[in-house]
Design a protein around this ligand. Structure first.
Ligand SMILES: Nc1nc2c(ncn2[C@@H]2O[C@H](COP(=O)(O)OP(=O)(O)OP(=O)(O)O)[C@@H](O)[C@H]2O)c(=O)[nH]1
Ligand SMILES: [Mg+2]
Length: 430
């Protein structure tokens, strides 16, 4: 079946698209907050291959239901976009399909919101089959309710940010076809998930550690420092889309590290849903390392965002260890105190200079020790399958024969220990 949105990697824009950014500031919010949000939106725009030529912020406590910003502001943006030869307006706020339509009609150029922009970046950067399927699925679910007048614009603008891949062959606007494609992708993804879960065999001696956190926090840099893997690292958003699993090197060889896709404010829910299977890798982890760029002015908000996504994915039940990364860039001790206050248990380190990596190892060992328990089983020597399971799931500390029974001492994860105890009882042991 031909994808509705055919993908290839040669979709770079002929020249950088000129973009205007727009946001609103509620009267209670501090100026710095809206500045940082628009700064991030501008980074996202550049990642997508656009050049920001103008920025508009309107202060209002209530969004205009039809156009988010007021009529006057829409007029200003329209004038500016003509004067600045902009080809796209990107709103920091979520736009309903109707709002996007109204704005496009008034501005006469395509309009995108933050979610649409993030989806576009993912679409261009996806490399693995899994990531591609996940992104296409998210994009179709996002676009489906927006398939209206907007598409005539999209056709004209084919190849621009937000519609990458859409216009290369015939643009398909048939909803039923898109729905069919969605169903197809969903079943593809299930198949990939099945394959993945078969591959994912628990290894008893290794402790699985997933690196999670805001995009650009330094997760891949930390993975490289601990494993020697050459994972791509860049001062850009969403460099990593596919999970990478690597065994720790040298003193870290007990651990298996999993690099994951980064989070961002207003991550489109369609993407979160699609990337569930990628994040399944984190579900298997014994510990989550929440990597935070503590030198970032908005690190507190970034931490909140990450925690929210983890909660949405029901991953917040795992032991989470906070890592304040990039301490080499941390200016004042006030920032450090503030961070300590937010996560008193956290480790401060620098993934790029290697500073304080030892602290992290100590803390990881501790948190793992808290998660494992000592067990003792008294079994009939003929209970071969149970004995084999103990060896497979636990670290056996010692075993000896006593009155014709085999006594085994082991250390296992809590959940495995409970399972083993049950097996032992069921086999008539104690
Ligand atoms: N100064 C400093 N820079 C760092 C440190 N760790 C990472 N960086 C830089 O931060 C940027 C982002 O690092 P990545 O490792 O790609 O971040 P990431 O969390 O994997 O980002 P995504 O994959 O895009 O979500 C790169 O430019 C790194 O060189 C650190 O400890 N100190
Ligand atoms: Mg990365």
């Amino acid at each position: 079946m031909t994808p509705v949105f055919p993908r290839n990697d040669s979709r770079l824009l002929p020249s950088r698209q000129r973009v205007i950014l727009a946001g609103i500031r509620s009267s209670r919010a501090p100026f710095s907050e809206v500045d940082e949000h628009l700064e991030e939106l501008s980074l996202l725009t550049e990642t997508a291959g656009g050049t920001v030529v103008g920025t508009f912020v309107q202060e209002r406590s209530r969004r205009d239901p039809a156009t988010v910003v007021g009529k006057g502001k829409v007029g200003e943006i329209a004038q500016a976009s003509e004067a600045l030869k902009a080809g796209l307006v990107i709103f920091d706020e979520d736009l309903s399909p109707a709002q996007a339509r109204n704005l496009e009609r008034a501005l006469d150029i395509p309009v995108l919101d933050r979610a649409g922009l993030i989806l576009d970046i993912f679409a261009v950067r996806a490399r693995s089959r899994e990531a591609k399927v996940q992104v296409e699925l998210a994009q179709l679910r996002y676009l489906l309710p927006r398939l209206t007048r907007r598409w005539t614009h999209l056709e004209r603008q084919a190849g621009g940010i937000g519609v990458r891949g859409v216009g290369e062959t015939q643009l398909e606007t048939d909803r039923r076809l898109i729905q069919k494609r969605i169903a197809h992708l969903v079943s593809d993804l299930r198949q990939i998930e099945r394959e993945r879960s078969q591959r994912r065999k628990r290894r008893k001696e290794t402790i699985q550690v997933a690196l999670v956190g805001y995009t650009n926090a330094g997760k891949s840099t930390l993975l490289n420092a601990l494993t020697g893997a050459g994972a791509p690292v860049e001062d850009r958003l969403f460099v990593t889309l596919d999970p990478l699993v690597r065994q720790g090197h040298e003193a870290w060889s007990r651990f298996l590290f999993i690099d994951t896709v980064g989070f961002i404010r207003k991550l489109p829910p369609q993407l979160v849903a699609s990337f569930r299977s990628t994040l399944e890798e984190s579900r298997e982890a014994d510990v989550l390392l929440h990597v935070v760029d503590v030198s970032h002015p908005s690190f507190e908000e970034q931490m909140k965002t990450t925690r929210q996504v983890l909660e949405e994915m029901a991953l917040n039940q795992k032991p989470i260890l906070t890592v304040f990364n990039k301490v080499d860039r941390l200016g004042s001790s006030i920032d450090r105190e503030h961070a300590e206050h937010l996560a008193p248990e956290a480790v401060f380190l620098s993934a790029s200079t290697g500073e304080a990596l030892e602290d992290l190892r100590r803390r990881l060992e501790e948190s793992v020790a808290e998660e494992t328990v000592l067990g003792r089983g008294v079994l009939s020597p003929s209970a071969g399958s149970v004995i084999a399971r103990i060896h497979a799931l636990a670290d056996v500390m010692g075993s000896r024969m006593e009155d014709g029974k085999l006594v085994i001492r082991y250390r296992a994860h809590r959940k495995d220990a409970a399972f083993l105890e049950r097996l032992i009882r069921e086999s008539g042991g104690s």
